[in-house]
Design a protein around this ligand. Structure first.
Ligand code: HEC
Length: 141
């Protein structure tokens, strides 16, 4: 009897803690806000573009196209890192392929859906993309 009462109290406490903890966890921060640009890159990009960005990730060989070397984007653009173009390439939603299929995932779409597709999700997608662009800027050779 005592034991059952104690369990009931614990259950009630857990019930109280539950919603509170949830509200805290889903506050303004998005799921990937704790990730650095490097960590985001490792998670979403390295499989194709390679750990160092050279285009030699484990999946690259099974694609029908060359995976670009991301360490030379600045050089290929006359020395200036093309941040806006890179941002659009990653997001992908405003890029219409001139010829053929896009092989890289449309990250803007993928990430937005994964985060719930609402306005907060869009804001997080923008933060993730910013971090990725800055990370790519930092690995230019
Ligand atoms: C499934 C393999 C794959 C993954 C994963 C991938 N990419 Fe790509 N990426 C490509 C391919 C292939 C291209 C060349 C364009 C195309 O065919 O889609 C490309 C093109 C690009 C370009 C354009 C380069 C240029 O010359 O303008 C950028 C920037 C880029 N990727 C960054 C990223 C970032 C950042 C990530 C992670 C968020 C990522 N990619 C994940 C395969 C991939």
């Amino acid at each position: 009897m005592m034991r059952a009462a104690a369990l009931a109290v614990m259950a009630a406490l857990a019930g109280l803690a539950g919603p509170h903890a949830l509200a805290e966890a889903s506050a303004p921060a998005g799921r990937f806000d704790g990730y650095s640009g490097r960590q985001l890159y490792e998670r979403f990009c390295a499989s194709c573009h390679g750990s160092s960005g050279l285009g030699d990730g484990p999946v690259a060989g099974s694609l029908r196209v060359m995976v670009p070397d991301l360490t030379r984007l600045g050089r290929a653009n006359g020395g200036a890192f093309p941040a806006e173009r890179v941002r659009k390439a990653i997001d992908g939603r405003s890029v219409y392929p001139v010829h053929g299929t896009r092989y890289m995932p449309v990250w803007g779409q993928e990430l937005s859906v994964e985060q719930g597709g609402d306005q907060a999700a869009e804001a997080e997608v923008a933060r993730i993309t910013d971090k990725l662009v800055e990370y790519l800027r930092s690995i230019q050779q």
